[in-house]
Ligand binder design. Structure first.
Ligand code: ATP
Ligand code: MG
Ligand code: MG
Ligand code: MG
Length: 470
C-alpha cells in the first residue's frame, strides 16, 4: 500500500523533476492577509507573488500546504463525520506557475501524474471545465483523449475563481474520480453531483484575467497557474478505499480512539470516531502554529473544534480527556513531516487536557438541559433560540455544537431567536451599566465582556471562567 507520506513525496518529486522549487508549508495563521482566518488553500502563501507585489527566485513552485476550513468562506466543519471527503484540517498538494507555464502544461502535468505515475484507470476519471473555456476543453480532448461526454462544461461560478473583487481571476478545471455505482451520487454537473460517488480530487485554476474596480476584465500579460489536490483524497483513491477516513493515517487515529473508548468505529458510533480523529488533527496543528483557545476570532474557531470533538467523545462514554491522550499518536504519524507538531507536543497535550477538563462538567449539565428542553418539543419542532442561547451563555456551548447535537433527530435551532436573545442580553447589560459616570471604564468593560463571552467573563459558573479579569 502506498502510504500518505509516500504520496506526498511522489507529488513533490514529480514537480521537482519538472523544474519546480519545493516550498515548505506555510503556517496555518496567514502571514500576509489579516482578513483571512486560516490558510485554506495552497495558493494563499503565494498571493502576493501572483499579483506581482512579491518576487521569488523561482517562476514555478510546488508544495504540500496545511489547510484549515472551519470558518469563514470555506467552512467544512458540519461536513466532518458525515461525508467521505471532508476534513477541517487537510493537506493541499499544489503546483504553481507565476507567469511561467499555462493551461497546456498544467493539464499535461496533471494528466501525466494521475494516469502515469499514479496509474489511475482513465475510465474512472471525469473532468470539468468552465462552460466558456473552449481552450481548456480542447486541450483536455487532445491531451487526455477522454470522450467529450466525460469533459463536462460547468455553467456556474463553481468553475470560475477570483482572488477577490479585484485582481487575478479565471476559469477552473477539476478532475473527478468515480468510486463506483455502489455509492450514491451523480457525475459532475448533474443534479445529484453532491454525493460521494464522483469525488473531486484536483482543481486547476487558470489565472487568465485581471478584474478591475469598474467590473471589467482584461487579459493578464503573464497568465499563471494555481492547482490544489487534497492529499487525503488522492490517498484514498491510491489505497483502494472510497472514504478518506479509511486511509492509513486515519485508520491509525481511529484505532487509537477505539482502543481508548472501547467503542467500535462502526454503526452509530462511526461519525464520532471520525470527528474525533479529524478535530484532533485540526486542533493540534492550530495549537502548534500558535493559536490558543479563546472567545473570539481564531481562538474561538479552535475552541469550537475542540468542544465539538469533546461532545462526540462524551457520547462515546469517555469521561477522561480523550483528545489529549490521542495527541501522541498523531505526533508519531505526522511529526516527521511537520516538526512543529513534534516540538509543540507538551503544549498541545496540555492545552487539550485543560480545555477538556474545564468543559466536561459544563458539557454534562448542558446536555442534560438540552434533553429536558427537547422533551418539551413536538416532533420536528426547532429548539427555541432562547434555549440555545442559555446553552451558549451559561454552559459554553457554541451554537454549532447545539445544532450538531440535534442533527440526528432532524431538529433545527431557531437561529434568528438565538441572535435576538444575544442582542437582548447585550442591550440589557448596557442599560444596566448606563449612567455610572465612568464612560471610559464602561467601554473597556463592554469590550472585554464581548471578547470573553458572557458567563465565561463574569465567572458565575466557576469551571467556565476564563481568567480574563480574575
Ligand atoms: P468539494 O467540492 O469536494 O467541497 P472544493 O471544490 O471545495 O471541494 P477546492 O477549493 O477546489 O475544493 O480545493 C482544492 C482541492 O482540495 C479539492 O479538489 C480537494 O481535493 C481538496 N479539498 C477541498 N476541501 C477539502 C476538505 N474539506 N477536506 C479534504 N480535502 C479537501
Ligand atoms: Mg468545498
Ligand atoms: Mg468542488
Ligand atoms: Mg474545487
Amino acid at each position: 500500500m502506498t502510504s500518505l507520506k509516500d504520496i506526498r513525496s511522489a507529488f513533490l518529486d514529480f514537480f521537482a523533476a519538472r523544474g519546480h522549487a519545493i516550498a515548505p508549508s506555510a503556517p496555518l495563521v496567514p502571514q500576509n492577509d489579516p482578513t483571512l482566518l486560516f490558510v485554506n488553500a495552497g495558493m494563499v502563501p503565494f498571493k502576493n507573488v501572483f499579483t506581482g507585489a512579491e518576487k521569488r527566485p523561482y517562476a514555478r513552485a510546488a508544495s504540500s500546504q496545511k489547510c484549515v476550513r472551519a470558518g469563514g468562506k470555506h467552512n467544512d466543519l458540519d461536513n466532518v463525520g458525515y461525508t467521505a471527503r471532508h476534513h477541517t484540517f487537510f493537506e493541499m498538494l499544489g503546483n504553481f506557475s507565476f507567469g511561467d507555464y499555462f493551461k497546456a502544461e498544467a493539464i499535461e502535468f496533471a494528466w501525466t501524474l494521475v494516469t502515469g505515475d499514479f496509474a489511475l484507470p482513465k475510465d474512472k476519471l471525469w473532468v470539468t471545465v468552465y462552460h466558456a473555456d473552449d481552450e481548456a476543453f480542447g486541450l483536455w480532448r487532445k491531451i487526455s483523449g477522454l470522450p467529450e461526454e466525460r469533459i463536462v462544461r460547468i455553467q456556474t461560478s463553481d468553475n470560475f475563481w477570483a482572488m477577490g473583487d479585484t485582481g487575478p481571476c479565471g476559469p477552473c478545471s477539476e478532475i473527478f474520480y468515480d468510486h463506483g455505482s455502489a455509492i450514491p451520487g451523480g457525475p459532475p454537473g448533474s443534479a445529484d453531483a453532491d454525493g460521494d460517488r464522483f469525488i473531486e480530487i484536483w482543481n486547476l485554476v487558470f489565472m487568465q484575467f485581471e478584474r478591475h474596480a469598474d467590473g471589467t476584465q482584461t487579459d493578464l500579460p503573464k497568465p499563471s497557474i494555481d492547482t490544489g489536490m487534497g492529499l487525503e483524497r488522492i490517498a484514498a483513491v491510491l489505497q483502494g478505499v472510497h472514504d478518506n477516513y479509511d486511509i492509513d493515517l486515519f485508520r491509525t487515529l481511529i484505532d487509537a480512539s477505539v482502543a481508548l473508548t472501547g467503542r467500535p468505529a462502526t454503526g452509530e458510533d462511526a461519525p464520532a470516531h471520525r470527528v474525533i480523529a479529524d478535530h484532533l488533527r485540526a486542533a493540534s496543528f492550530l495549537i502548534a502554529d500558535g493559536v490558543t483557545p479563546s472567545n473570539e476570532g481564531r481562538g474561538y474557531v479552535l475552541r469550537r473544534i475542540m468542544r465539538r470533538a469533546m461532545r462526540y467523545a462524551h457520547g462515546l462514554g469517555a469521561r477522561e480527556p480523550l483528545l489529549a491522550r490521542l495527541a501522541p499518536t498523531l505526533a508519531d504519524e505526522m511529526g516527521g513531516a511537520y516538526p512543529e507538531l513534534a516540538r509543540a507536543q507538551p503544549l498541545i497535550v496540555e492545552t487539550l487536557r485543560v480545555e477538556e477538563e474545564k468543559f466536561r462538567s459544563l458539557l454534562e449539565r448542558g446536555l442534560k438541559l438540552l434533553d429536558e428542553e427537547v422533551a418539551r418539543l413536538k416532533p420536528g419542532e426547532a429548539l427555541p433560540g432562547e434555549a440555545a442561547f442559555r446553552l451558549y451563555d451559561t454552559y459554553g456551548f457554541p451554537l454549532d455544537l447545539t445544532q450538531d447535537a440535534l442533527r440526528r433527530q432532524g431538529r433545527a435551532v431557531d437561529v434568528a431567536g438565538f441572535d435576538a436573545a444575544m442582542a437582548a442580553q447585550k442591550a440589557a447589560a448596557r442599560a444596566a451599566w448606563a449612567g455610572s459616570g465612568d464612560e471610559a471604564a464602561e467601554a473597556v468593560w463592554f469590550d472585554l465582556r464581548e471578547k470573553a463571552g458572557a458567563s465565561e467573563f463574569v465567572g458565575y459558573v466557576h469551571d467556565c471562567a476564563e481568567g480574563v479579569v480574575q
